[in-house]
Design a protein around this ligand. Structure first.
Ligand SMILES: Nc1ncnc2c1ncn2[C@@H]1O[C@H](COP(=O)(O)OP(=O)(O)OP(=O)(O)O)[C@@H](O)[C@H]1O
Length: 305
């Protein structure tokens, strides 16, 4: 059963089209990812879904309701993690969770959420005194405190250290296992690969691809990804024309060539014909990162080291 249906969504700011023609459906119980580089319209798309923005075209239905016309009913059933919290500086973690819990008919227990999100030690700390990571955990807790049917999480783990990211992923998997549908916006490929059942790749305000993480990787997957530099610019079209090569992308001077197992010998011969040698050559198995590069022609940015 689809719980979110987005059809031909468009959104303009002044005369600039930010969301051009986006369509997808999210099924009950899945973790659905929206991935894309900064500024491609991900947040605008989820803001239209959560009723915070009015679309200029197309339709959005959440649990069968129009977010604009049925905002009050939907707010009880949809938890939204805001990118920047509008909390007062002096409110403590415990007070904020208690306050938000009071808005809902059947809220989660704040103590349990604080425990699950590692916030118990800072329960009496004022919002302004929390670290970036603690603020992030609190924003996730606030999205979940109403026991929502759908949770919309935007840049879930930005600002968290590697250990906290992994703990947050576990927590989100656990929330999904309890039957909550999750719409996750991220530009971290490892996060999308680890958590999402299906992913929409947004590029230039459109859905460039929609599939499972494995399905997206399989599009280029052929098996191998070669990474190297050359001393002078290579003829990329000649590389693209090789039978075993499915894509060639130049990411700031580093060439990323995806293809079958034959791509390596073919590329070496072609480069040698161009009087070039591959510098720093690495041969790897394809990942979601590589699929993203092949689909959008650009590298995702902001991945943690
Ligand atoms: N209220 C606004 N008025 C004008 N332009 C806006 C507004 N909000 C966003 N934009 C612009 O629209 C584009 C898409 O923004 P959006 O936040 O939807 O992208 P995003 O993919 O979520 O990026 P990010 O990961 O940086 O949040 C950006 O270029 C942004 O600067």
């Amino acid at each position: 059963m689809a719980v979110i249906e987005v059809n031909n969504l468009t959104k303009r700011y002044a005369d600039r089209t930010v969301v051009a023609d986006v369509s997808f459906t999210v099924e009950a119980g899945e973790i659905f990812g929206i991935i894309g580089r900064n500024g491609v319209g991900k947040t605008t798309t989820v803001e239209c879904i959560s009723g915070l923005r009015v679309p200029d075209g197309g339709t959005v239905a959440v649990l069968g309701l129009d977010p604009q016309r049925h905002g009050v009913q939907l707010r009880r059933q949809v938890g939204v993690q805001l990118q920047e919290s509008a909390l007062q500086d002096r409110i403590t973690v415990r007070e904020a969770l208690g306050l938000f819990a009071s808005f809902y008919p059947d809220p989660a227990r704040p103590e349990q959420l604080m425990d699950e999100l590692g916030l118990t030690a800072s329960r009496d700390t004022a919002y302004a005194k929390l670290s970036g990571g603690q603020k992030q955990r609190l924003s996730i807790a606030l999205a979940l405190v109403g026991n929502p049917k759908i949770a919309i999480l935007d840049e879930l783990t930005t600002g968290l250290d590697p250990q906290a990211r992994r703990e947050t992923w576990q927590l989100i998997s656990g929330v999904r296992d309890r039957g909550v549908t999750i719409l996750l916006v991220t530009h971290f490929m490892d996060e999308a690969e680890r958590l999402c059942d299906r992913i929409a790749v947004i590029h230039d305000g459109r859905v460039a691809a929609l599939d499972t993480p494995d399905g997206l990787t399989a599009r280029i997957a052929t098996g191998q990804v070669l990474r190297f530099r050359t001393k002078s610019p290579a003829d990329l079209d000649a590389l693209r024309a090789l039978p075993a090569v499915s894509s060639v992308v130049d990411t700031d001077g580093d060439l990323v060539v995806a293809g079958t197992a034959e791509a390596l010998p073919e590329a070496i011969v072609e480069l040698s014909r161009q009087h070039l040698i591959p510098i720093g050559l690495k041969v790897e198995q394809a990942t979601l990162d590589d699929a993203f590069i092949a689909i959008t022609g650009t590298a995702p940015t902001g991945d943690p080291a």
